[in-house]
Ligand binder design. Structure first.
Ligand code: IMP
Length: 442
């Protein structure tokens, strides 16, 4: 059996852990960087020599000439957004010739974004006190990015009316699919949206064909391409979008996204089997954040939480929403390390914690006198548990200038060592600021 020489970089919390920076650091040692899940809901920020790039669909490897940037089949692609992103990168002098796109990837259509917003609105307004009186627990809104991600993946599972990137080059197939999709969507919009203008299959098809022409040179069988590269001994880096606790199967369901964000999604999302992956770098912040609705046991809606938000500039890359903030949750982190088969962690944003007298970390959950260190499999269930904290001594000094572990104040170094012991894998990289240089290598 082939042994893995490839690397995976995955988020271990609820996203925004700083994966973009890690991929950017590791990309030069690889021949391709591959996205395998999600879509324009993901936002990766990379700062290169003080210049900030916000990437949504284009893999972060694009910033390295000579490295292929592959959008795998598991991604849902909004062609308009992708073309915009490419244009923006080119305007800033980035060579995008290495960007390729799987013909098997699914297309996010304008009606998916409308549907996403309509469903969220329906979930929001469907909260009624009568339900609570009957002991009925409403899910409420998911707090999606409204990028059409859920409806695009749902249509993928529905099959017949789903549009794949390859269809953009097949006018006959495309027209038939768009026509049937519009029948379904118009019925839905009539029921839920009322006054929304109906989808017009002709204009939609025309726009997609035009986008297809602009993307034609980039559309490939990326599964074959990746296997050819691997057969030639080339190294591939898989870049997870979103993060483990948002994984549709293994996250805090139903408060998750609609794709397989953990390393487990690499197989279905690229066609490359797990035994090709040699190391899995799990990226986690030294604290936690979450955007959108859903359980967050260690959330701090207080001065400490505000301080983390401001120091960490915790505002969404994709939506600009203020992120919810809280202490590090080691129950969730241990679970994420297990699910992903993490071989090493990258602990990011450690600098943000400077100045706290003490830093609480969650070591277990408690409910009605019962204590557990297992992460509950259900989002609603998770809400009922409260965190049990251990308080670690804080560090007063700023650490953005640290470049090795020995540059860290003793309490900061001990914080890292504590996390390593708690999750059972080494911290291979530490990040103390957004710039490439603000990095601690093990
Ligand atoms: P969706 O992916 O737009 O359907 O949103 C589902 C949930 O995932 C919402 O809570 C979003 O805020 C969250 N989400 C999706 N992508 C990201 C991400 O890249 N970072 C953080 N949260 C995300």
């Amino acid at each position: 059996m082939a042994q893995g020489t490839s690397t995976a970089v995955v988020g271990l919390q609820w996203g925004d852990e700083g994966k973009g920076k890690l991929v950017d650091l590791l990309a030069p040692a690889h021949h391709a960087v591959v996205r395998y899940n999600g879509g324009a809901n993901a936002g990766h920020s990379v700062v290169v020599r003080g210049e900030r790039f916000s990437l949504h669909l284009v893999p972060s490897g694009i910033l390295h000439p000579g490295v292929l940037a592959v959008v795998g089949n598991g991604v849902v692609v909004d062609p308009e957004k992708l073309l915009d992103e490419v244009r923006g990168l080119e305007a800033r002098g980035v060579d995008t010739s290495g960007l390729v796109l799987s013909s098997r990837a699914h297309v996010v259509m304008p009606y998916h974004k409308t549907e996403d917003a309509l469903r969220e609105e329906e979930l929001r307004t469907a909260q009624d006190s009568a339900a609570a009186g009957r002991g009925v627990l409403r899910v409420g809104e998911i707090g999606t990015t409204k990028r059409g991600i859920g409806p695009a993946y749902a249509d993928k599972a529905y099959r017949a009316s789903a549009i794949r990137v390859g269809d953009l080059l097949r006018p006959d197939v495309l027209a038939g699919k768009v026509e049937i999709a519009c029948v379904f969507k118009n019925a839905l919009f009539k029921g839920l949206g009322g006054s929304l203008p109906p989808c017009d299959p002709h204009s939609l098809t025309a726009a997609l064909l035009e986008q297809g022409e602009r993307l034609r040179a980039r559309i490939r069988d990326t599964t074959a391409l990746l296997h050819d590269m691997l057969a030639q001994g080339k190294r591939v880096l898989f870049e997870g979008g979103n993060a483990t606790l948002l994984d549709v199967d293994h996250g805090t369901y139903p408060f998750v996204t609609s794709s397989s964000c953990s390393a487990l999604g690499i197989g279905p999302g690229t066609g490359v089997p797990m035994n090709r992956i040699g190391s899995v770098l799990g990226v986690c912040k030294a604290y936690c954040t979450r955007v959108g609705a859903g359980p967050f046991p260690t959330e701090q809606i207080n001065e400490a939480g505000n301080r983390i938000r401001e120091r960490g500039r915790e505002y969404g890359t994709t939506t600009g929403r203020p992120r919810r903030t809280g202490w590090l949750d080691l129950v969730a982190l241990r679970y994420a390390v297990m699910i992903n088969g993490v071989t090493g962690i990258a602990l990011t944003m450690l600098d943000v914690l400077a100045g706290f007298d003490e830093i609480p970390v969650c070591v277990a959950y408690e409910r009605n006198g019962e204590r557990t260190d297992r992460f509950p499999p259900d989002g609603h269930d998770l809400r009922e548990w409260t965190p049990v904290y251990e308080r670690l001594p804080g560090f007063g000094q700023e650490i953005t200038g640290a470049r090795s572990r020995k540059d860290l104040p003793a309490n900061a170094a001990e914080y890292v060592a504590y996390v390593e012991r708690a999750v059972g894998v080494p911290a291979q990289i530490g990040s103390v600021g957004p710039d490439r240089e603000q990095t601690i290598h093990a």
